[in-house]
Design a protein around this ligand. Sequence first.
Ligand code: P5A
Length: 446
Amino acid sequence: MRLSRYFLPVLKETPAEAQIASHRLMLRAGMIKQASAGIYSWLPLGYKVLRNVERIVHEEQQRVGHIPMLMPTLQSADLWRESGRYDAYGPEMLRIRDRHERDMLYGPTNEEMITDIFRSHVGSYKDLPLTLYHIQWKFRDEVRPRFGVMRGREFLMKDGYNFDLTREDALHAYNRHLVSYLRTYERMGLQAIPMRADSGPIGGDDTHEFLVLAETGESEVFYDSEITDLKFGDRQIDPTSHEQCRAVLEEFTSRYARTDETHDEALFNEIPEARRRVARGIEVGQIFYFGTKYSEPMGATVQGPDGKPVPVHMGSHGIGVSRLVGALIEANHDENGIIWPEGVTPFHCGIVNLKQGDAQADEACTALYEAIEALGLEPLYDDRDERAGAKFATMDLVGLPWRITVGPRGLKNGVVELTSRRSGESEELPPEQAVEKIAQIYGKAV
Ligand code: P5A
């Protein structure tokens, strides 16, 4: 993409309403624009990152055998009356009446709707296990929407639902989700720690939240510092193996790690003092096992092996897709702007032309641009007629992990400059080698 033809409305001033870095930087880098309180338009740059996060979530869900689909945002109140949650959900639910006076709502979550789909089409235990998921907009009429996309009213969630014959199978689905979530967050360059939490309006006894440690996080967390040494890494886990998934759950949840909702001071004090940590975190996901809470009242049964109908055991599992974009920035920025991890970056590298209009510099930039595109990567070429300082400031703000700087002086010696946004380190090298390096970083063959 050539910057002169892109839509990147960066702001010079720091918006006064933004209290935390991610909100400030998303507005300044032209990623989002508030439409009304807690509701945002995703401008082209923000939309690209959102799409990248979604892609990783889809890939990791499908890697463990979960099936993608799409349910609507508007739901009928009748389904929620069946589960008893229409009244129980409270003022966070946006209730709407259509022209025929039918009660509708903008879905805050989809347990009822998926249970209805299940009961309409699945009748035998032979069709289990089954896990369906979608990535869809939700609405929760939060009292205090704040911090930009972190606590929005309209937000994008991946929500998945498992259907199993027995409690044991459903607990395996829970463990499998934990495994896939650990991998998902790590691929985005984030460490998200599973912590014992409270189940709130979703229900059930077993639940873990995934928290990214950050000073600006909304949740207070208490944990044993040893937990931050755990890495999922490149493990090959068979998603159908109960033992393998359970072992990962045990490894990642055996140390003390809880949110303030379930914090137990006495247990916490059993950890050696030097390892006790009290900090703040951003909740980027949550998994639940709630057994037959929805299947029983809604009549979602299957014929068991003995021919008798049994209500299925269920759980639901959510990832805050739009919130993750904010969390990624909280975890990856400096005073000059965002520093995207390579896995989610909106463009793979920037190209800065120090002397737009200079025939040699223009030609070298175009050649680099084409060579990088030919690798199947997307460069952002700043081809505007601007001062070098302004171009660098824009590149630092939007946070592409690599920048290639091209100017007449370097070209005289046959070199361009490759700079890492994260370390700030630069090296001079011939343009072809810069392309090779970019290819190598992103795992592409030259
Ligand atoms: C699990 C999937 C559920 O709703 N039902 C379907 C279950 N869980 S949850 O914890 O309430 O939400 C899942 C994740 O969504 C993100 N999230 C939000 N993101 C932005 N703004 C909000 N107001 C908001 N509320 C929830 C969180 O990441 C949460 O973990």
